[in-house]
Design a protein around this ligand. Structure first.
Ligand code: PLP
Length: 385
């Protein structure tokens, strides 16, 4: 068996051992296992204190207040809560609209599609040819009836970066609520919400070496501007916005994972940028190869490469000891990529594209191996088919 190499960090990351070690104290009778809502017994108090410490830590890191952090089960849940929760069932939303972009993650697009069925108009912004939204287009599309703008920071398929600071300023001027899907950027980019006008921000731990099953929705405390209504009703946890017993071990996990990521952010980003460049330099002379998106104006953690006349699924089968991805993990089994389509790629070109994504445990040696393997496999496929 050849060595296994993981280059699919954008779909999920392995948990960091240091995170697991911290979490291990929160399961058993010898640890802090209590229910944080049981505030009259010592087990509950201990658990509640741990949760609030973690909440404070996350708030400090992203530049928010601790009451503005709501724990959820995933970025998908946070996104649903942000977009659906903006609606107050007592108000009329006739002729109101939400603005988003065609290359958002399915968590945003499918939620918007659901809102459309409720009668809200959804306005989709188109991309530039490198995949970021057109800011003038956004300015033109905002109307007095716009209730929300939802734009992702980093695209999960091609790594394109949207200028969320600029968009935040546009939304602030027009007094419109701004939601950011920061699932691919938290832990990799240092966002300071004191300096950026973001009202709602979604992310999850499993993209930065924390556990799966825990996410955050940041909700700016601005009662005059908007209110988020709950989707899950029950015991009133999380200020009544998200009921359900808090998963203390997961909350400890996301907090510790964020701590480590932020502590190592600059060094790690520098190292990973070099790995991305190394991969591209090593294969860019292969015939019929090109980048989807842009090499420079994109996240160092993601590169999406097209291999003309090579079917991506065949390349993936031939290279099965290297974990790469045909597109986003959420759509790779069902549809062709809507993100690549938004760049104007034909179906054939979409089916010739592969996402490589890098992370904490990727090494130079692994990239060298991938380069050699890509050269030989492409030669083999072009001879065979
Ligand atoms: N948004 C983006 C940009 C993503 O990359 C993902 C996951 O791939 C999600 C949302 C959904 O995240 P989760 O798996 O935590 O629900």
């Amino acid at each position: 068996m050849k060595k296994l190499i993981y280059l699919d960090y954008a779909s999920t990351t392995p948990m960091d051992e240091r995170v697991l070690k911290k979490m291990n104290n929160y399961f058993t009778i010898n640890g802090i296992f209590g229910n944080p809502s049981s505030y009259l017994n010592i087990f509950g108090i201990e658990a509640k204190n741990s949760v609030e410490k973690a909440r404070c830590n996350i708030a400090n890191i992203i530049g928010s207040k601790k009451e503005e952090i709501i724990f959820t089960s995933s970025a998908t849940e946070s996104i649903n809560l942000a977009i659906k929760g903006i609606i107050n069932i007592n108000n009329s939303y006739y002729q109101k609209n939400i603005i988003t972009s065609i290359s958002e993650h399915k968590a945003v697009l499918e939620t918007c599609y659901y809102m459309q069925k409720l009668g809200i108009k959804i306005i989709y912004l188109k991309n530039s040819n490198i995949g970021s939204i057109n800011l003038n287009d956004l300015k033109e599309k905002i109307t007095n009836n716009t209730i929300l703008v939802s734009i992702m920071h980093i695209n999960n398929e091609i790594g394109t970066i949207n200028d969320i600071k600029y968009i935040g300023n546009i939304c602030k001027k027009k007094n419109i609520v701004f939601h950011v899907d920061a699932t691919q950027s938290i832990g990799k980019y240092q966002l300071n919400l004191k300096k950026i006008n973001i009202d709602l921000l979604s992310f999850s731990a499993h993209k930065f070496y924390g556990p799966k099953g825990i996410g955050v929705l940041y909700i700016r405390n601005n009662k005059k501007k908007f209110k988020i209504n709950p989707l899950i009703h029950g015991g009133g946890q999380e200020n009544g916005i998200r009921s359900g017993t808090l998963a203390v071990h997961q909350i400890i996990g996301i907090s510790e994972a964020l701590n480590i990521s932020v502590r190592e952010i600059n060094e790690e980003k520098k190292r990973i940028k070099k790995l991305k460049q190394q991969l591209w330099d090593g294969i860019k002379n292969i015939n019929g190869i090109y980048i989807n998106g842009d090499l420079k104006n994109s996240s160092p953690y993601i590169i999406n490469i097209g291999f003309k006349k090579i079917f991506n699924k065949i390349l993936m089968i031939e290279m099965k000891n290297i974990a790469i991805s045909a597109s986003s993990a959420c759509i790779s089994n069902t549809h062709t990529s809507h993100v690549l389509k938004s760049l104007g790629l034909t179906k054939n070109l979409i089916q010739s594209s592969i996402r490589f994504s890098f992370g904490r445990f990727t090494t130079k040696k692994e990239i060298n191996y991938t380069i050699e393997y890509l050269h030989s496999t492409i030669k083999k496929i072009r001879k065979k088919y």
